[in-house]
Design a protein. Structure first.
Length: 609
């Protein structure tokens, strides 16, 4: 995997220079520079770095390609977009999206009461708010209040019951009625992990019969002038463009039919989200079969073709692709705490004055190993260890002899890999699998990469330094939770190789990329590990600045957040310590000070054995 597949997934946002990962913009700071600057503040756990310039780039690309397609196809409608808050609701992310989208009038989409309040309080003036998901009377009334407050808001109904409630609220109150959209239940289905978002068995949407009934209700209650949008969504992370084309034909014809049936105010078609992001580091694994240029061109061309055929004016096109906008803006960086093969470090060799013949021979092989004899000596070492383990089981060698044999064989294998790194034989590939190292990271996969645990969604991962050296260790990554599922295992079909680092001499940092969509919103407090420290990084021609620092919750805050009384906890801890008969008063004060230091830190590890 050359350069960790950077050319496949980074969209030119990152590059490698002088052995380090750099930001490919302006002054080109390295992730290591930024990480070290933050760690000077005594931060030791995982950190999330936000890069708002990447969000701006993604929004610009989205509008650029759709506007180009509109011009190229002589399309008469315009392009509009909203960011779905469910993708990531964290404050500094939302503010970055709002700021970056201001020049485009980029809007927000809400799927709950809390998200609607968030959208109302952060939306740029005049930008669109769309409201999806199931709604009760209170949520619908909130949308009326938003309209009354001057917001450009559309309520997408998910069923006839919601429309009846809208009619009820409109009669009961004197508030301005928001625009109304109808989510249509398409026969066409999507593709990929979220394909069930489309099709006749989908969770949301009105059937053809229900759409006609909804139109009738709107007309009877003099609300047809508020019916401005139809909406569909066939799934997130669409890997194939063909289902989208089928859906566009179906939805486009529904739109045209409704216009011909008298829906005079209907002027928008919302195609939902679904633009895919490439998470794969393997050039042989393609996450989607289309480009943004092809996607935008297909949408505009097909809708134009349908409307032209039926003599209908071209609708404005809305999208709700949040993953595409924010996935790439966020990087999770964590130090490696331990390499588990350090137990086989050559310094631990403890030879006797007289050793068993096979141990002596292994020692000679290790000392004489060279590029010319590496393969031959490797075969001998593997053969010897099998014999020595049999001798141990029979009681002919002791535990010290076995330890020395394991250390010598491990180091012969490791040295052989280094000496033969220019060869690419199947045997050596198998050796790398056998020699895989376990890298313990100071992070929780459940908290920071929940889609890996829940959906086997891979994320690009690579070291942020030492990239001038060839990595030779097949790597499994273990997190610090006490759960065996907290592991990114070594996959021989898409192998990850990392460096053999002496952590007693230097630190080693790994970065996980494309983590900005859903991972923070879905993160679980498994083992009560909480959201990592986060920082916004602004880059200019002179360097970079760090702002919007948000610290992880400390231990008392974590416990308080799930219902414990921090005051009672602290009181009990102090009482137990004060009544202890095992330490002096002086020791009690020192221990109490240490206790208070620890409980006001976050739960990530600061030191290891």
């Amino acid at each position: 995997m050359k350069n960790y597949g950077l050319e496949n997934w980074s969209e030119n946002n990152f590059a490698i220079r002088d052995g380090k990962v750099i930001l490919n913009t302006k002054s080109n700071p390295s992730l290591l520079q930024i990480t070290n600057a933050i760690r000077k503040k005594d931060v030791r756990g995982p950190i999330i770095l936000r890069f708002p310039h990447i969000i701006k780039k993604q929004i610009q690309n989205l509008y650029k390609h759709f506007n180009y397609s509109i011009q190229e196809n002589n399309y008469k409608g315009s392009f509009k977009a909203v960011f779905p808050l469910k993708v990531n609701q964290f404050p500094h992310l939302v503010q970055a999206v709002v700021d970056a989208g201001r020049e485009f009038n980029y809007g927000l989409e809400a799927g709950s009461k809390a998200e609607l309040i968030l959208a109302m309080s952060h939306i740029n003036s005049g930008a669109h708010i769309t409201v999806n998901g199931f709604k009760d009377k209170e949520m619908i009334t909130l949308a009326f209040i938003a309209a009354q407050s001057g917001h450009n808001i559309t309520l997408t109904i998910e069923g006839l019951g919601e429309l009846k409630t809208i009619i009820e609220v409109s009669k009961e109150s004197k508030l301005i009625v928001p625009n109304i959209g109808i989510r249509v239940r398409l026969h066409a289905t999507g593709s990929g992990s979220w394909a069930k978002s489309g099709g006749m068995d989908a969770k949301f949407g009105l059937t053809a019969t229900e759409i006609l009934e909804a139109t009738k209700l709107l007309k009877e209650n003099v609300l047809l002038d508020k019916f401005t949008m139809i909406h569909f969504h066939i799934g997130s992370q669409m890997d194939d463009i063909s289902p989208m084309k089928r859906s566009l034909r179906e939805a486009g014809n529904i739109y045209a039919e409704l216009k011909m049936l008298g829906a005079f105010a209907l002027s928008n078609i919302n195609i939902g989200g679904g633009l895919a992001v490439n998470y794969s580091q393997n050039s042989n694994s393609v996450m989607h079969n289309y480009t943004l240029k092809e996607f935008s061109s297909s949408v505009v061309f097909l809708l134009g073709e349908i409307m032209n055929a039926k003599g209908i004016s071209h609708p404005d096109i809305f999208t709700e692709s949040g993953r595409y906008i924010v996935a790439s803006h966020s990087v999770l960086i964590t130090p490696v705490l331990e390499l588990f093969s350090q137990d086989y470090h050559a310094d631990l060799l403890d030879l006797k004055e007289i050793n068993p013949p096979l141990v002596e021979e292994l020692h000679e092989l290790y000392k004489a190993l060279s590029s010319k004899n590496a393969i031959e000596y490797l075969h001998d070492a593997i053969d010897h260890i099998e014999s020595l383990l049999t001798l141990f089981d029979l009681g002919y060698i002791d535990l010290r002899d076995r330890s020395n044999a394991e250390i010598l064989v491990h180091n012969i294998m490791k040295k052989s890999l280094l000496l033969t790194s220019n060869l690419h034989t199947n045997e050596l590939k198998q050796l790398q699998v056998h020699m895989q190292e376990r890298y313990l990271i100071n992070a929780s996969i459940f908290q920071s990469l929940p889609d890996y645990w829940g959906l086997e969604q891979n994320f690009p991962v690579m070291p942020i330094h030492h990239l001038e050296q060839k990595p030779l260790r097949g790597a499994s990554i273990w997190d610090i939770t006490c759960d065996s599922d907290g592991e990114i295992g070594f996959n021989p079909s898409a192998p990850l190789y990392l460096h053999d680092i002496d952590l007693k001499k230097e630190e080693y940092f790994l970065a996980f990329f494309n983590t900005g969509a859903y991972q923070e919103a879905l993160g679980m407090a498994h083992n009560l590990f909480t959201h990592p420290n986060e920082y916004t990084i602004e880059i200019d021609n002179q360097g970079f600045s760090i702002s919007n620092e948000e610290e992880s919750k400390n231990i008392l805050e974590i416990l308080s957040s799930i219902g414990y009384s921090s005051q009672k906890l602290l009181k009990k801890l102090k009482e137990d310590l004060s009544s202890s008969k095992f330490i002096t008063e002086k020791e009690k004060n020192a221990t109490l000070s240490k206790l208070e230091t620890y409980i006001y830190q976050n739960g990530y590890l600061r030191t290891t054995s």
